[in-house]
Design a protein around this ligand. Structure first.
Ligand code: CTP
Ligand code: MG
Length: 181
C-alpha cells in the first residue's frame, strides 16, 4: 500500500468513529447517563454524558458507516485507491466504541478529580479511537486486522488528535462547545 492509500484507508475506516463526538455535541442534553449518581463524592460520569448525546452520536456514526458502504465502489474508482468495505458489524461497532471510549474517559476524569469540561491531554484526543478500535476488533476481527495494518494504525494515531483539535476548535468558535478541547 502506498502512502496515499494508507492515509485514505485510515480516514475511510475511521470516519464512522469521528462523527459521533461531534453529533453528541450538537444533539446532547437532557438526563445524564449517571442519573446524578456519585462515587467517592464525585459524579460517576457527569452532566456532559447524556443519553440523548450518546444515542445521537451512535446513530450518526452508523448513518455515516452505511453511507460509506454505498459509496465505497464509486469513490475507490474515482480515487484509484482500493478503500475498505465496512462490514455491517463494523459500521455498528466503530461509533458505539467511540461513544463508550469517550464515556470511559469521563469516568476516569471524574475519578482523577477533573470537573466536567476539564482538559485531560492525550485522553481527550484518543479515548474514542481506542474505544472504536477495540470494539471494531471484537465485532469484525477478520476485517479489522486486514484493514488496520500497522502503517494504517500509525496514521490513525497521528491524524486523529490533529483532526480532533481542529474540529473542537471550530465547535468552540461556533459556540457549540464551551471549551476548545
Ligand atoms: N455529549 C453528550 N453525551 C455524550 C458525549 C457528549 O451529551 N455521550 C455532549 C454534552 O453536551 C457535552 C458535549 O457534548 O457537554 C461535549 O462533550 P465532551 O467534551 O465529551 O464532554 P464535557 O462536557 O467536556 O465533559 P467531560 O469532562 O466529561 O468530557
Ligand atoms: Mg470535554
Amino acid at each position: 500500500m502506498d502512502a496515499v492509500a494508507t492515509v485514505a484507508t485510515a480516514l475511510w475506516a475511521m470516519l464512522p468513529a469521528y462523527v459521533p463526538n461531534n453529533a453528541a455535541v450538537l444533539f446532547g442534553g437532557g438526563p445524564p447517563i449517571d442519573g446524578g449518581r456519585t462515587m467517592g463524592g464525585r459524579r460517576l460520569l457527569g452532566d456532559g454524558k447524556t443519553w440523548r448525546g450518546t444515542a445521537a452520536g451512535w446513530l450518526a456514526g452508523v448513518g455515516v458507516g452505511l453511507l460509506l458502504r454505498e459509496l465505497r465502489d464509486p469513490v475507490s474508482d474515482a480515487l484509484g485507491v482500493a478503500l475498505p468495505t465496512l462490514p455491517l458489524a463494523a459500521a455498528l461497532a466503530l461509533p458505539l466504541g467511540a461513544m463508550l471510549g469517550d464515556i470511559g474517559a469521563s469516568f476516569l476524569k471524574r475519578r482523577t478529580g477533573r470537573e466536567r469540561g476539564a482538559p485531560f491531554p492525550g485522553v481527550d484526543q484518543l479515548d474514542f479511537v481506542v474505544g472504536a478500535l477495540l470494539l471494531g476488533a471484537v465485532a469484525a476481527p477478520s476485517w479489522f486486522f486486514e484493514t488496520f495494518t500497522l502503517p494504517v494504525l500509525a496514521v490513525v494515531l497521528v491524524i486523529t488528535p490533529v483532526l480532533h483539535v481542529i474540529t473542537n476548535a471550530i465547535a468552540y468558535v461556533l459556540g457549540l462547545k464551551s471549551e476548545p478541547w
